[in-house]
Design a protein around this ligand. Sequence first.
Ligand code: GDP
Length: 326
Amino acid sequence: MDLPTLATQILAQDRRALARAITLVESSRPDHRLAAAELLARLAPAGRQALRIGLSGTPGVGKSTFIEAFGLMLTAQGLRVAVLAVDPSSVRSGGSILGDKTRMERLSRDPLAYIRPSPSQTHLGGVARRTREAIALCEAAAFDVVLIETVGVGQSETLVAEMSDLFILLLAPAGGDELQGVKRGIMEMADLILINKADGDLKPAALRTVADYSGALRLLRKRPQDPAGFPKAVPVSALANEGLAAAWKDMQHLAAWRRETSHFTRRRAEQARHWFEAEVREGLLARLTQDPVTRARMSMLGDRVAEGQTAPAKAAAEMLASLNGN
Ligand code: GDP
């Protein structure tokens, strides 16, 4: 693969080159991993940055409808928008609901938008790395906004929040006065809670839900990265295209404030450190399971422990020492 040419094409905003590069970072083949690392290193000096917006919501809440309407609003302003998906269901089933081609049809035809379906991956760590690297590729290809979408289950929300500048929770109007089982931890990560479907018959329920969440957010600990009035809950209707411009204004205000107060760069620096450490941990784990010599040693020491010849802690120390040596 001709990496210098690929890098040049990505910087020149060539979408097919971008698609090829994302396929490259999705691959777990060792030679592809090396090529991906080199490609990313070639692109980094361009120093391009997008606003990374994480968006989470359970199936049916209106994510596709929202992203399509929101994305089209941004492209109408001349902004270039990339949409990536983190789909834990594809981790389990090998299929991908977020990859459905019929979703966001109009946005996918927009020349200023790029939508990348979720790949099927075998583990969440792989999905995390692929998404993080895909974000970097989209930034190099000069996208202004990268939306990272996830279904609100499992650990995917934390994962997406950890790679976003802003984290947004999309919720539907609640029937009763319960807070839809949204976990406190998720609430604490949210910068903006959008109550979708605030239209027609659902509008009164949506406004009640906004009030409930506004109350709940006020009870949370004040975070240093928030200007006055944040985090907040607001009503939107993706279907009727209402409240989206106001939500975008909120996001811009928040991002601008964080930039001025250096919370933005600090958060990115922390995220970079976090992902570096995660990568090292994963590399070590990969060595345990993939390297034949290491696997044989694990198996041999495991047998000795099982037979009572060596204590577990002593065998583990021996194993770790051998890892340091090779
Ligand atoms: P996703 O599974 O989160 O991607 O949800 P979809 O975008 O596919 O929407 C699920 C259903 O909710 C569809 O029938 C949409 O038409 C509907 N929906 C989405 N947004 C709105 C909205 O703002 N108002 C109303 N009334 N329905 C909506």
